[in-house]
Every structure is written in structure tokens, then in C-alpha cells.
Design a protein around this ligand. Structure first.
Ligand code: HEM
Ligand SMILES: [Ca+2]
Ligand SMILES: [Ca+2]
Length: 294
């Protein structure tokens, strides 16, 4: 139902506008490519790719930004605002925030050296958001493999697609509070890796100290994340679950030695995720400002 050509006549320079703004943002801070990718994931898993995550809370509206997985964690909203402002200047009241986020996520990945894919377009923006769905539909870093598989399966994504999408952790950072238990209490971890991470993540305090999700190339979209998993250097409990004598070990091994296989599976799974229950036709709206309903 979505189509890559949706704005071909109504906003032909849309891809260029998004690309240029993302290039500026990622040049300023490489991590922004990661942050925008994560925003898109957190949008799509909560009532579909409808830009629900972009809505600000107000006195009378509870959105998703303060849900557990997003609070003090989701970032990059200003970049989406900048893109939206430029797109409105060029194609007034035409392009949804949901489509801008989908395009920006791809650009971030491409700018950091990852695969490209064709983004289906024509999503419209939600007039609602759900903090409770954000709390219940997004996986936690303490999730076990069975939970990860079932949460992705609930979104129509199989275990292999879950493992490929988790490769999003080849870029970006995580806070100490979310990996402390892993580095202090778990045994399926490389001991020198644990020691290194403990230096910037004390047993108590330093909750917001950051560490790279990929130990070597956190600003490069490559397959090193899977090499880390094979070496038991997964940062999050949920990461190492993908390589812990379970059903995904073989897939992780394949991706760890075959970047092309990872890149192509990741791209295909991103397209699938980007099709999660979009609002189309006359449903939803084209928001003027991504932070508020019209
Ligand atoms: C499989 C289940 C997943 C879990 C449990 C999970 C969990 C997390 C956690 C806990 C963080 C760090 C947040 C913080 O420190 O505040 C994080 C960061 C990140 N996640 Fe995931 N994630 C999952 C899947 C994904 C997927 C499917 C993608 C994208 C395709 C993704 C992309 C990212 C990125 C890029 C970052 C870094 C963001 C930044 O540096 O701003 N994650 N994730
Ligand atoms: Ca959503
Ligand atoms: Ca990497």
C-alpha cells in the first residue's frame, strides 16, 4: 500500500532534503545516525510507524517520550524538527513526520557505511500516542532470547529478522545502568572486556556514563557487533542472548564472518519493519509540527 514514489510529484526533492540534513547532523555527531535509527525502531514497534514517538507530552496529553525505554534515552528529535522545517518550506503540508523519520533512519545508516534500501512512503501521522504500549511493546536490555523472539514475532518479524535488526547495535551507545548487571554479575562474558567496561561503569554511581554497543566500531555500520557477540563481548544482556548456545548462534556466526549477508538481511528486515501498520489514505494526518497534533 505504501509506495517509494509517493511524493515523486508532490515533493520531488524530499530525499535530497533529508539526505543533506542528515549529512550535516552525522558530520556534527556520528552518534546521531544511531539515535535516529533507534527512534524509528521505537516508533514502528509502538502502534506502527506513525511518528507517535515524536509527540511531546503536555498538561493534557501523555505521549511516549516518558515511557521507560525512551525516557532520558531517545534522542535526535531536534534533527527531525530541522528536517521537517526544511521540508515544509519546500513542500508545505505534504510529507508526514513518519515518512521523514523512515527516510532519516536509512540515511543515518548509509552515512555510517551501512546498506541502503528503498523506503516505502505514504505513511500518515498519528493523532495519538501510547505510553503504555511503548512500555509493553519495546524489548528490555534484560530480556532473554525467548522474550526477544516473541516480542519481534508479535510484530511479524521472525527470529532471524530479530537477530539481523539487533545489528543496529553496531552503532551507538548505551548507559551504564543498563549494562551494569551484565558486566558485574554475568559469567558468559569476556573477562578483559568486563574489566574495561567497569572502568567507566562503577558498581554504584555513574549510571549515565556511556559505552559503545559495538566495542570497536560504534560509528561504523559493519558486522563487528556480531564478532563481539562471538567473543562474548556483547554489552547488553539482550545482545549476548543472541549468542549463548541458543537458536541464533548459527545466524550470529554467519553475520560475524559475512558482512554482505548481514547488510542484505538488515536492509530487508528494515523494509519489513517500516511497513508496520502505517496510517494511510484519510487516516491520521500530515502534522505541521512533528511534536504536536494539528
Ligand atoms: C532486540 C531488542 C533490543 C533491545 C533490548 C534494545 C535495547 C537497547 C538499549 C537498552 C539501548 C541503550 C539505551 C540507553 O542507554 O539509553 C539501545 C540503544 C540502541 N538501539 Fe537498541 N535494542 C534492541 C533492538 C534494536 C533495534 C531493532 C534497533 C534498530 C534497528 C536498535 C537500535 C539501537 C541503536 C542505534 C542504539 C544506540 C542509540 C544511541 O546511541 O543514541 N536496537 N538499545
Ligand atoms: Ca508508533
Ligand atoms: Ca560497528
Amino acid at each position: 500500500q505504501l509506495s517509494p514514489n509517493f511524493y515523486a510529484t508532490t515533493c520531488p526533492n524530499l530525499p535530497t532534503l533529508v539526505q543533506n540534513a542528515m549529512r550535516q547532523a552525522v558530520t556534527r555527531e556520528a552518534r546521531m545516525g544511531a539515535s535516529i535509527l533507534r527512534l524509528f525502531f521505537h516508533d514502528c514497534f509502538v502502534n506502527g510507524c506513525d511518528a507517535s514517538i515524536l509527540l511531546d507530552d503536555t498538561a493534557t496529553f501523555t505521549g511516549e517520550k516518558n515511557a521507560g525505554p525512551n525516557l532520558n534515552s531517545a534522542r535526535g528529535f531536534e534533527v527531525i524538527d530541522t528536517i521537517k522545517t526544511r521540508v515544509e518550506a519546500s513542500c508545505n503540508a505534504t510529507v508526514s513526520c513518519a515518512d521523514i523519520l523512515a527516510l532519516a533512519a536509512r540515511e543515518g545508516v548509509v552515512l555510517l557505511g551501512g546498506p541502503s534500501w528503498i523506503v516505502p512512503l505514504g505513511r500518515r501521522d498519528a493523532r495519538t500516542a501510547s505510553q503504555s504500549a511503548a512500555n509493553s511493546n519495546l524489548p528490555s536490555p534484560s530480556s532473554d532470547l525467548a522474550t526477544l523472539i516473541s516480542m519481534f514475532s508479535a510484530k511479524g518479524l521472525n527470529a532471524r529478522e530479530m537477530t539481523a535488526l539487533s545489528g543496529g547495535h553496531t552503532i551507538g551507545q548505551a548507559r551504564c545502568s543498563l549494562f551494569r548487571t551484565r558486566i558485574y554479575n554475568e559469567t558468559n562474558i569476556d573477562s578483559s572486556f568486563a574489566t574495561t567496561r567497569k572502568a567507566n561503569c562503577p558498581a554504584s554511581g555513574g549510571d549515565n556514563n556511556l559505552a559503545p554497543l559495538d566495542s570497536l566500531t560504534s560509528t561504523r555500520f559493519d558486522n563487528n557487533y556480531y564478532k563481539d557477540l562471538v567473543a562474548r563481548r556483547g554489552l547488553l544482556h539482550s545482545d549476548q542472548q543472541l549468542f549463548n548456545s541458543g537458536s541464533q548462534d548459527a545466524v550470529v556466526r554467519t553475520y560475524s564472518i559475512n558482512n554482505a549477508a548481514f547488510a542484505s538481511d538488515f536492509a530487508a528486515a528494515m523494509v519489513k519493519m517500516s511497513n508496520l501498520s502505517p496510517l494511510t489514505g484519510t487516516n491520521g494526518e500530515i502534522r505541521k509540527n512533528c511534536r504536536v497534533v494539528n
